[in-house]
Design a protein around this ligand. Structure first.
Ligand SMILES: [Ca+2]
Ligand SMILES: [Ca+2]
Ligand SMILES: [Ca+2]
Length: 251
């Protein structure tokens, strides 16, 4: 009944009654520096401790002019990649959710180039009171393996947020896109704690050249491209050579 009343009210209003000046701005320094991706692998995000906060942004009602007394209600939000983002979010991100003041607003769906959030537009989580603002925190969890030293970078344009269609709501201005810090934050970091052959050495014959590749990885199989160290080949017992410290050849 509430929505029917709202429709009738909207149809009777003269154009221009609602302020068209809400916007979205980034929260400075709200990203991570480096991301310990291996610590957040859950397939669901229920509380903030399940994921890692990678960006915050603020929705501001009537930020550019104040010509109404109505809240801003939003019902759809899409976050798109910034300038220095991983090639595809579907290969890196396992789950995504929005929080407001520590409470989950909604889970998002993940595509290669967008996170999509939809809410009903009538609850306190998606209402920004008149002349007020609300900050939303973006939490994610990660897949594995990942590529070392790639960034997560986010953006929201005025085309990426939709006002709840059945509510008496202030609307959004044509605003400058809100963007996370590009290229110097949210660095996905792999830290190796082991070495592993990329392929298994089955046998090496005497006086025959051979090659092998040893990778520095973490426990989830991601390669640490910054790892430095020495792999030594030495004479061992029970076989002709030992490649240390990746794999011993035993007895
Ligand atoms: Ca106002
Ligand atoms: Ca307003
Ligand atoms: Ca690394």
């Amino acid at each position: 009944m509430k929505k029917l009343v709202s429709i009738c009210f909207l149809l009777s209003l003269p154009l221009g009654l609602f302020a068209q000046s809400s916007d979205i701005v980034t929260v400075a320094s709200s990203e991570q520096g480096s991301i310990a991706y291996a610590s957040k692998q859950s397939s669901t995000i229920t509380t903030t401790s399940d994921g890692l906060k990678v960006w915050s942004f603020t929705v501001r009602d009537d930020s550019q002019s104040d010509s109404d007394s109505d809240p801003t209600y939003w019902s759809e939000l899409t976050i798109i990649p910034g300038a220095s983002n991983v090639p595809s979010w579907t290969s890196v991100i396992r789950a995504v959710a929005l929080f407001r003041s520590g409470s989950k607003v909604v889970d998002g769906t993940i595509a290669s180039d967008q996170f999509y959030f939809t809410v009903d537009g009538v609850n306190t989580v998606d209402q920004i009171n008149d002349n007020a603002s609300a900050t939303y925190d973006l939490y994610v969890t990660f897949k594995a393996p990942v590529t070392d030293n790639q960034h997560l970078d986010f953006k929201i344009t005025d085309a990426n947020i939709v006002v709840a269609p059945l509510e008496v709501s202030s609307t959004f201005a044509t605003f400058t896109a809100a963007s996370s810090t590009s290229g110097s934050a949210n660095l996905i970091t792999v830290t190796a704690d082991r070495l592993a052959f990329q392929t298994t050495l089955v046998s090496v014959y005497p006086l025959t050249d051979f090659s092998c590749t040893v990778r520095s990885t973490d426990a989830l199989g991601s390669v640490d491209v910054d790892a430095t160290g020495t792999v030594t080949i030495s004479k061992g017992l029970g076989c002709r050579f030992v490649v240390r410290p990746a794999i011993g050849c035993g007895g």
